[in-house]
Write a new protein. Structure first.
Length: 223
């Protein structure tokens, strides 16, 4: 039996995902051994991957935009409940299922006024879960699309994802974005000259409180 057959046989017996099996094949290709010794090295590889697989847990981060709440569970067991701030009207946070793409313990927004974004977990383009110092606005939509957390909660979540790994973490965002309210523009009234005669209001007349007498000069009158 060749080394590849050993990998496939042992790999089928273990509960590995396709990515782990692919890693096994890549490592086996680098071996230059055949025969019974391949079984020994394959067994060692399977044991190492089993330990690594059992060491990491599945982390599920669910964000409900309707309630502005985040729930964090590990292997199906609820761990945390956090208040969040998702995107406000016109800057809605996109719904979907994501995985962390990259993480930064300290980050500053390059698009919005160099705002601090501590313990950022980027999951889709420029969208991230991060800490925010606008604590009073948590619990309501207030961001430009990111998911804001209390700085202490962001640090807790960052440490959890960092410990369990990005591949073992799933982020689910669902709910409705705030509706954009369109303001009605009040039309300016047309000039008086263009209005119909029936709608023209008379202008108020102003008179002085005291009026000087006005008389014509009478040559026959004695002054």
């Amino acid at each position: 039996m060749t080394r590849f057959q050993w990998v496939l046989v042992v790999g089928k017996q273990a509960s590995f995902n396709p990515m782990q099996k692919l890693q096994m094949v890549k490592i086996a290709k680098s071996w230059r051994i055949r025969g019974p010794r391949a079984l020994i090295y394959t067994t060692i590889l399977v044991s190492a991957l089993t330990v690594a697989s059992s060491a990491s847990a599945n982390v599920l981060i669910s964000v409900n935009k309707n309630t502005q709440q985040m729930s964090v569970s590990v292997d199906g067991v609820s761990r945390h409940e956090f208040s969040v701030s998702t995107g406000r009207a016109g800057y809605g946070t996109p719904n979907g299922t994501y995985h962390p793409q990259w993480m930064a313990k300290s980050w500053f927004s390059k698009e919005y006024y160099n705002s601090p974004m501590p313990h950022s977990i980027f999951f889709h383009r420029g969208y991230a879960i991060h800490g925010s110092y606008e604590i009073s606005r948590l619990g309501g939509p207030a961001s430009h699309g990111c998911i804001r957390l209390h700085p202490e909660n962001a640090e807790t979540l960052f440490s959890l994802v960092q410990r369990e790994g990005k591949l073992a973490t799933t982020i689910v965002v669902y709910g409705n974005n705030p509706a954009v309210v369109q303001r009605r523009i009040r039309r300016a009234e047309p000039p008086v000259a263009n209005q119909p005669a029936s709608t023209i209001q008379p202008r108020p007349q102003f008179f002085p409180l005291f009026r000087m007498p006005f008389e014509t000069f009478d040559p026959g009158r004695v002054y």
